[in-house]
Write a protein that binds this ligand. Structure first.
Ligand SMILES: Nc1ncnc2c1ncn2[C@@H]1O[C@H](COP(=O)(O)OP(=O)(O)OP(=O)(O)O)[C@@H](O)[C@H]1O
Ligand SMILES: [Mg+2]
Length: 458
């Protein structure tokens, strides 16, 4: 009887604690990590560091001096030496650890063992970053941070830098317009492209930047941000008027730079190496970010007359992508596919958009359109995105690096409210004045009935 009592006294609380931990792990992984996961992983790491490094092949034979010193002072066998490790730095999502590589080792050796290290220390993932020659940082992530995205507090935003999503290694993915001026975002329908745009609009709303939009879905995605937009085109006809104005604006800015440099106005634009950022502040024009949602709509044509208009628009977009950066004009292009089948100029325009984000796609060729020229593994990763996780994407740039990212959820209403609050920040760009969308002075209070009254007949 007494044994039964003892079992209940000990086993009861243990079962409750185990159940609580399992619940915490499933429902609140961040809280689980801070309370249970972190101490357990730290203990495993500290206890098994040498042997794990050895079994991963990351140790080197000891120096002769070390062999002599060990033999002279202890009777222990002389073990191979793992990379010297720095202090463990716990974070809210994992922990960090610096390693000094032994002579002859390279970061790729450690990166190749990342999967083995993650199993040995019981963490969700291990990433390897080079800090400086000879020193790497192991970034251990405790749980799947892309499941419920929470942006880090220090996300690294700033002027023309928007922390738009979270990377799988728990760092912020920052859309930096000055580093990567133009970007292409691809994805199947309902994959999260517009959510991505929404974050960018909301992030730029508070900055001295002119925002222009081409949304050929009759404006359903961008019209809610009308109060902060300097220009909005909601069908290809309007886009065909807006694009030449932007090209002219770009040319005027080049003239301004030339005038400042004292170069004759006849010098071709391509030869100007400086940009608007070199101008004194009072002369510097505001940057313009042009959002294009559903780019394919600009390419699709029904008649021969439309074809001419399409060709003109594509040429203007290519010119903006080619020369826009120096004039402070940036492109953010979204679409479901962006291949040669769209028509003349499509691949040339795509080649100019150096930032690439690929959401879930329906087929491999679509992923290749975004990431094919970056890395084959990136294409595979994009093809493996599950439909249950909208907003998940693979981000790469043409330098070959890529990572999995996911935007946090931001409702259209919240993003529209941000734009409404920032409405007074719409910069003065006279050229775009006539494209400024009309914002209703009062929100519509009565629900509009879409049902037409049916006349009562006898
Ligand atoms: N990061 C996210 N977290 C949670 N839900 C998301 C996320 N991103 C998108 N969603 C949801 O997925 C759905 C589709 O998103 P979105 O409208 O951005 O897709 P889309 O790619 O623009 O689709 P379409 O091509 O039809 O315009 C929306 O209901 C949105 O709320
Ligand atoms: Mg969309």
């Amino acid at each position: 009887m007494s044994e039964l009592m003892t079992m209940m006294e000990v086993g009861g609380p243990l079962a409750v604690a185990g159940g609580g931990a399992a619940y915490l792990r499933a429902r609140h992984p961040a809280a689980y990590w801070s309370t249970v996961g972190l101490p357990v992983s730290v203990a495993r790491l500290l206890g098994s560091y040498g042997s794990v490094m050895d079994s991963c092949g990351l140790t080197v034979p000891p120096s002769r001096l070390r062999v002599l010193a060990t033999r002279a002072t202890t009777r222990r066998e002389v073990r191979p030496v793992p990379p010297r490790r720095g202090m463990l730095r716990p974070t809210s999502t994992g922990m960090r650890l610096r390693l000094r590589l032994a002579p002859g080792q390279e970061p790729a050796d450690v990166a190749a063992s990342a999967e083995r290290l993650r199993h040995a220390w019981g963490v969700h993932a291990v990433y390897v970053d080079v800090v400086k020659p000879g020193v790497v940082e192991l970034r251990l992530v405790g749980f799947d941070v892309l499941d419920r995205v929470r942006m880090p507090r220090k996300a690294g935003g700033g002027f023309l830098r928007v922390p738009v999503a979270l990377r799988e290694d728990a760092t912020a993915f920052v859309r930096d317009y000055r580093a990567i001026p133009h970007q292409l975002t691809l994805g199947a329908t309902l994959s999260g492209k517009s959510m991505y745009l929404r974050h960018l609009v909301a992030g730029l709303a508070g900055q001295p930047v002119a925002l222009a939009g081409i949304d050929c879905k009759r404006g359903v995605e961008l019209a809610p941000f009308a109060s902060r937009l300097s220009a909005l085109a909601t069908e290809p006809g309007e886009a065909a008027e807006l694009l030449p104005v932007l090209v002219r604006l770009m040319e005027e800015r080049y003239d301004l730079i030339k005038a400042r440099q004292g170069i004759a106005p006849s010098t071709p634009d391509e030869e100007i190496t400086s940009d608007v950022w070199g101008l004194p502040e009072h002369q510097r024009p505001v940057p313009v970010v042009l959002f294009v949602d559903e780019i394919a709509e600009l390419f699709l044509v029904a008649t021969r007359k439309d074809e001419e208009r399409r060709d003109e628009m594509v040429t203007q977009l290519i010119r903006l992508a080619q020369l826009g950066r120096a004039a402070g004009i940036y492109l953010e292009v979204c679409g479901q596919r962006f291949g040669a089948e769209l028509g003349k100029g499509a691949t040339m325009l795509r080649a100019q958009l150096s930032g690439r984000v690929c959401h879930r796609v329906n087929d491999e060729p679509s992923a290749k359109m975004a990431l094919g020229d970056i890395a084959p593994e990136a294409v595979e990763a994009a093809c493996a995105i599950a439909p249950e996780r909208p907003g998940l994407a693979v981000a790469g740039d043409t330098s070959g690096g890529w990572s999995r990212i996911r935007t946090p959820y931001l409702s259209l209403a919240d993003a529209a409210a941000v734009c409404q609050e920032a409405a007074h920040l719409v910069p003065d760009v006279p050229a775009l004045e006539r494209f400024r969308p009309v914002v209703p002075a009062q929100p519509v209070e009565r629900p509009i009935s879409l049902v037409k009254p049916w006349p009562v007949t006898d």
